[in-house]
Design a protein around this ligand. Structure first.
Ligand SMILES: NC(=O)C1=CN([C@@H]2O[C@H](COP(=O)(O)OP(=O)(O)OC[C@H]3O[C@@H](n4cnc5c(N)ncnc54)[C@H](O)[C@@H]3O)[C@@H](O)[C@H]2O)C=CC1
Ligand SMILES: O=C([O-])CC(=O)C(=O)O
Length: 352
């Protein structure tokens, strides 16, 4: 019932004669957003509606989906939008998915760490991944829900138990760390387009800063020594930029003063990463993004680093490259915390 009501909201769009365009457009992809009515879910869903690689957008939440679908479905792009609400409709939301994005879960309030979200979000991610294993076991999965350092290992264990795990298809979304590092670096150094006011949706396209490790506090390690275009920064400036990147989430949480965490910049970052995954699926060569994935470039089973994306997800996990002494220290310091967050996730998935 809910499905048909929501489907009506987008019927005018679904009648777009897609066959007419099929010879010029890349293959249509089904993207599912789980937690679509939330602070991240809404703007992220809008951005996916604008993505020409997405032909079908399936929006799922435990509450509030109809309004979001009615609203987004009026945006004049070819993407068909269908909404689903309630656990009993989760399977229908997921069937046939090429890419599932998970921003479902509670956000931080001031004074909390991302790990403080574990008790609630671990169970949410576990439940959603159990459904993914059942209804779309071959989809790429982008995990946004925090603590990413634990929720990605949880997802991997759920998929292993279900017999569907393919390490190439599971990603922790760390793109916001890269977006922040780029913004802060470009702002400080005036490299790239930074000196130009305003700008296009990707003004800092020419600027790149790899961010490795994980997605919480000191586990977020921006490699400013590899930043391009090169700029001369003092040690103190690099330390300050590193700290600001690591504390970027907290900066937003504090500014929102109890009303949640980053949603708009996260939607932007999530849309960039999802687009890269879709480009990879479509066979676009040399799509490289940082992501928290299964990895053997350090002693840890999961680690964020540059990853080459392809038709099956991760095609290659790229090494760290040359790092400065300061970054080496950062790497050593982050290993114990990241290790324990990964182990916590694995233990939770196997216990409960
Ligand atoms: N990876 C990253 O860089 C970032 C991650 N986050 C994380 O993203 C998550 C979501 O943040 P917000 O959107 O601000 O929170 P929010 O509370 O505004 O939205 C969360 C949505 O998830 C839904 N939800 C809860 N349980 C669900 C379930 N079982 N199935 C489907 N939907 C469910 C809620 O109904 C709500 O609409 C948080 O855990 C936050 O910490 C936030 C920013 C950056
Ligand atoms: O800080 C938070 O809780 C949300 C988050 O992960 C980020 O903004 O990087």
């Amino acid at each position: 019932m809910m499905r048909s009501i929501l489907k009506n909201a987008s019927r005018s769009l679904s009648s777009v004669p897609r066959r007419k365009y099929s010879s010029v457009l890349p293959p249509g992809r089904k993207v599912v957003v789980l937690g679509a009515a939330g602070g991240i879910g809404q703007p992220l869903s809008l951005l996916m509606k604008l993505n020409p690689l997405v032909s079908s957008l399936s929006l799922y939440d435990i509450a509030g989906t109809p309004g979001v679908v009615a609203d987004i479905s009026h945006v004049s792009t070819r993407t068909e939008v269908v909404g689903y609400m309630g656990e009993e409709n989760l399977g229908k939301a997921l069937e046939g998915a090429d890419l599932v994005i998970i921003p479902a879960g509670v956000p931080r309030k001031p004074g909390m760490t991302r790990d403080d979200l574990f008790n609630i979000n671990a169970g949410i991610v576990k439940g959603l991944c159990t459904a993914i294993a059942k209804y779309c076991p071959h989809a790429l999965v982008n995990v946004i829900s925090n603590p990413v350092n634990s929720t990605v290992p949880i997802a991997s264990e759920v998929f292993k138990k279900a017999g569907t795990y393919d390490e190439r298809r599971l990603f922790g979304v760390t793109t916001l760390d890269v977006v922040r590092a780029k913004t802060f670096y470009a702002g400080k150094t005036k490299v790239g387009d930074a000196g130009i006011s305003g700008g296009s949706i990707n003004s800092y396209k020419a600027v790149n800063v790899p961010v490795v490790g994980g997605h919480a506090g000191i586990t977020i390690l921006p490699l400013f020594s590899q930043a391009t275009p090169k700029a001369n920064l003092s040690d103190e400036e690099i330390i300050a930029l590193t700290k600001r990147t690591q504390d970027g989430g907290t900066e937003v949480v504090e500014a929102k003063a109890g009303k949640g965490s980053a949603t708009l910049s996260m939607a932007y970052a999530g849309a960039i990463f999802a687009d890269a995954c879709l480009q990879g699926l479509n066979g676009v060569p040399n799509v490289v993004k940082c992501s928290f994935v299964q990895s053997n470039i350090t002693e840890l089973p999961f680690f964020a680093s540059k990853v080459r994306l392809g038709k099956n997800g991760v095609e290659e996990v790229l090494g760290l490259g040359p790092v400065s002494d300061y970054e080496k220290q950062g790497l050593q310091a982050l290993i114990p915390e990241l290790k324990s967050s990964i182990e916590k996730g694995i233990k939770f998935a196997n216990q409960s």
